[in-house]
Design a protein around this ligand. Structure first.
Ligand code: GUN
Length: 298
């Protein structure tokens, strides 16, 4: 069994992106990402911190807009409108979920599609569905990079995606079914009867349902490749923080059966962040009518 390391893939991509940042700056463009975080959800804070640290490391300018949980819809919309208009801001990300009372779909639709580095806007999602997208959603795009890096074949294979969220499952199924990728995709979700019947037929199994260690060895085909998108906090008094992180897959037992598997943490997570950086560079270039030279492979 092989462990698929997100870190290894990130290192390969990071070198190329660093070249892209340098090139943009030579053209007089200082790529800049605005990150909006409302409230004090600790997991969201931890994700956002990871994004800001990575941006700084790559030389991408970042703006953190940390707002209190009591922020009104009008205040949040005013901030998005201001960032939409600011030519020095190339990417806008509003960390989800938003606190209760704020209208998430409305905010998602308000972000200028050219600056929508999450690819959550219905315009970008529509382009993705048509296979005409410029920006791809970060987690599914990161998984595609992972599969490519480790030369996991998907063309003509059965790929089973568990979860139909707009952030992971649904866009993942779109990317995989595009012409040229050519996977046969099955999407399972909480109302699928007998999920195991599907998962056992998967050459590649991608799981993002948010249930800790839910996929057990007997649900996985011998020699399958398993991609675990789940990040769950599980109480563990023996840890200094009182919890540990667990994926949606029971790692120990499934790794004994699978050909390859991603760990949690250290698997898909770092790829989501590096794809966000990539989208920021693509958005910055596009907004300045620039095209990265082919050889840079951004
Ligand atoms: N919440 C969980 N994942 C994501 C993500 O990729 N982007 C945003 N904006 N919020 C999230």
């Amino acid at each position: 069994m092989k462990t698929l390391s997100g870190k290894e893939v990130v290192e390969a991509i990071e070198t190329r992106l660093a070249g892209g940042v340098g090139w943009l700056k030579e053209q007089g463009v200082n790529p800049s990402l605005a990150v909006i975080l409302v409230g004090d959800n600790p997991e969201s804070h931890s994700y956002v911190k990871g994004k800001l640290v990575r941006a700084e490391k790559l030389g991408i300018h970042s703006q953190d807009h940390f707002l209190p949980a009591e922020t009104t819809q009008e205040e949040l919309e005013a901030l998005v409108a201001r960032l939409n208009e600011d030519p020095a801001t190339h990417g806008i990300l509003c960390q989800l979920p938003l606190p209760k009372g704020l209208d998430e779909p409305r905010i998602t639709r308000l972000i200028n599609p050219a600056k929508d580095v999450d690819c959550f806007h219905p315009y970008n999602f529509g382009l993705l569905a048509q296979g005409e997208h410029h920006l791809a959603p970060c987690t599914p795009a990161g998984i595609m990079e992972m599969l490519k890096h480790y030369q996991v074949p998907v063309s003509g294979k059965n790929v089973v995606v568990i979860g139909r969220s707009n952030i992971v499952g649904r866009p993942m199924s779109l990317l995989l079914s595009h012409k040229g990728v050519d996977a046969t995709v099955t999407v399972c979700h909480s109302r699928t009867p007998d999920i195991a019947e599907h998962t056992r037929r998967a050459d590649v199994l991608i799981v993002g349902i948010g249930r800790p260690e839910w996929i057990k060895a007997d649900m996985v085909a011998e020699k399958a490749v398993v991609i675990d998108v789940g990040v769950n906090r599980v109480d563990d008094p023996s840890r200094p923080r009182g919890y540990r992180l667990a994926g949606d897959v029971a790692f120990d037992e499934v790794s004994a059966r699978a050909a390859a598997i991603t760990p949690v943490p250290g698997g898909v997570g770092p790829l989501t962040v590096i794809m966000l950086m990539r989208n920021t560079l693509l958005a910055a270039a596009d907004q300045n009518s620039l095209k990265f030279p082919e050889h840079m492979d951004i």
